[in-house]
Design a protein around this ligand. Structure first.
Ligand code: SAH
Length: 481
């Protein structure tokens, strides 16, 4: 079982840095199923290839399973195609031997990692259920060109016909991390005959490795179904959570946040906003609350100091923001009774998440404007359809008020990461439509000093559930008159 990765990007020998494997060395690694070897059959400035060769030991695997496993002698345990064909063992080897490269890390040459380069991966031999057409359906939408040669079952007996085995080359201009991630997920999909137990773990792996490409892939259903070995409950959960094209990545907004803060400081608008949100959460009678996109935890601090809130969960997509929240809240020094009420979780509002279910209320304070249109649509379902708290409080800038900021050039947003800033009318239309679709009512309140013409700097929508209709799990587009 052989995977060969080739680049022609000059100097091609950079492949050694990217893979974290020195081109001059032959290296071997012990795997649970045998051995993996890495070597470079060609190392030139204009072309460099690295091979990952698996030496699978099927008999050793049967023996190592020990006494408690199936003791029946099965010929298939000893005589099979495992040593020769690329399968889920190849994925395991990719993640163990090229894990750093797949994760997109390169200590010595960090600038190389993010650069798409011409790459070809050749897989000898891939069993493809579904034939060449399926190969194309899977790789072409990801931007690869494909060359596939189907092998005959036995060259000496051509009348036996074709085998299900292919030699496949895929080529594209990709980062190495993308290529390895695609191979990691897709090789077992072709094999369709996994040699491992498929549980929650595999679902999480599929979603994390599929971030950014799987949700928008036309074959996402087939890929997920096969990857999860036709376990229907996991497959359904995968599809429910693959609601959006890609992951937003981490916020990287220190500088722009500082600008936004400075702009708003004279009004201490931030404090007024949190005060207004807190008042709504208190009035709703909520005991269990979510702060979605909690950032560095300013609202969490307020929530903690009010005993009405018995369970508080802050979620953010940015690990750095969460780390800052832990520091600012002095989380590790909080009295036990307070610490028990608060939980910080890493997650994204664009993926359905069971951890968000069962709460009375949720706040999204200055978060929606960070989501572009498809992500906003995904968030609507994640919050209003699946998490479905009785009360949802949403704040967002009022674009009309921007003319009041003397330091903000006309037409510019308050924060460089804002994808939009809405007028009051735009916000009310969006909120009204969301409320209507998901069975909520919504009312609007201004936050901050109100100007007669342009309104207040921040606008707030307070959603209350009006129907107990169970919206969760449905995939249809409901129609409302
Ligand atoms: N609510 C906080 C922070 C607002 S800044 C406050 O009032 O101070 C917007 C926050 O939304 C950032 O912390 C950002 O990391 C987070 N965010 C952006 N996209 C997100 C997503 N898809 N899921 C969860 N959080 C997200």
């Amino acid at each position: 079982m052989l995977l060969t990765i080739t680049t022609t990007q000059c100097p091609a020998t950079d492949l050694g840095y990217l893979l974290h494997k020195h081109p001059d060395r032959f290296q071997s690694f012990e795997m649970s199923f045998g051995k993996a070897h890495v070597f470079y059959p060609e190392v030139r400035e204009d072309q460099c290839s690295a091979c990952l060769l698996l030496d699978v030991d099927p008999v050793g695997m049967v023996r190592r399973q020990g006494r408690n496993r199936n003791q029946n002698f099965l010929l298939g345990h000893y005589v099979n195609d495992r040593p020769y064909v690329a399968s889920s063992f190849m994925s395991v080897a990719i993640s163990q031997v090229f894990g750093t490269a797949m994760g997109g890390r390169c200590k010595d040459r960090p600038e190389l990692v993010g650069t798409p380069i011409p790459l070809t991966a050749r897989i000898d031999v891939l069993p493809v259920k579904g034939g060449e057409e399926f190969l194309r359906q899977v790789f072409e939408p990801l931007g690869y060109t494909i060359e596939a040669t189907r092998h005959t079952l036995d060259e000496q007996f051509p009348e036996w016909g074709k085998s299900p085995y292919f030699s496949v080359s895929i080529s594209g201009t990709k980062t190495l991390s993308e290529l390895l991630t695609h191979l990691y997920v897709l090789i077992p999909v072709f094999d369709n005959n996994k040699h491992y137990f498929v549980g929650e773990d595999e679902l999480e792996k599929l979603l994390s490795k599929g971030a950014g490409w799987l949700a928008s892939h036309p074959e996402k259903e087939q890929i997920s179904r096969r990857y999860l070995k036709h376990r229907h409950s996991l497959f359904r959960e995968a599809l429910a959570r693959l609601v959006e094209p890609d992951d937003p990545g981490e916020e990287d907004g220190d500088a722009s946040e500082a600008i936004e803060d400075a702009l708003e400081r004279p009004l201490s608008l931030n404090d007024q906003r949190h005060g207004a949100v807190l008042a709504e959460l208190r009035a709703s009678g909520a005991r269990e609350v979510l702060d979605l996109g909690c950032g560095e935890g300013k609202l969490l601090r307020e929530l903690l100091s009010d005993r009405q809130f018995e369970r508080i969960v802050g979620m953010d997509v940015s690990v750095r923001a969460l780390e800052n929240a832990v520091r600012r809240l002095k989380f590790d020094r909080l009295p036990e009774r307070q610490a028990e009420r608060l939980n910080l979780i890493h997650g994204s509002l664009i993926y359905r998440d069971k951890r968000l279910e069962g709460f009375d209320a949720a706040a999204l304070v200055e978060v929606i404007e960070h989501l572009d249109a498809p992500r906003l649509a995904a968030m609507e379902r994640v919050v209003f359809e699946f998490a479905r708290p009785a009360t949802v409080v949403v704040t967002t800038p009022n674009q009309e008020y921007n003319v009041m900021w003397e330091t903000l050039p006309a037409g510019q947003f308050r924060h460089s990461d804002h994808r939009f800033e809405w007028t009051r009318n735009e916000f009310q239309q969006w909120a009204g439509q969301v409320a209507d679709r998901f069975g909520y009512s919504v009312r609007f309140l201004p936050v901050g000093p109100e100007d007669e013409k342009v309104g207040a700097p921040t606008q707030m929508g307070v959603f209350n559930v009006v129907t107990s209709q169970n919206h969760s799990g449905s995939q249809d587009e409901r129609k409302h008159d």
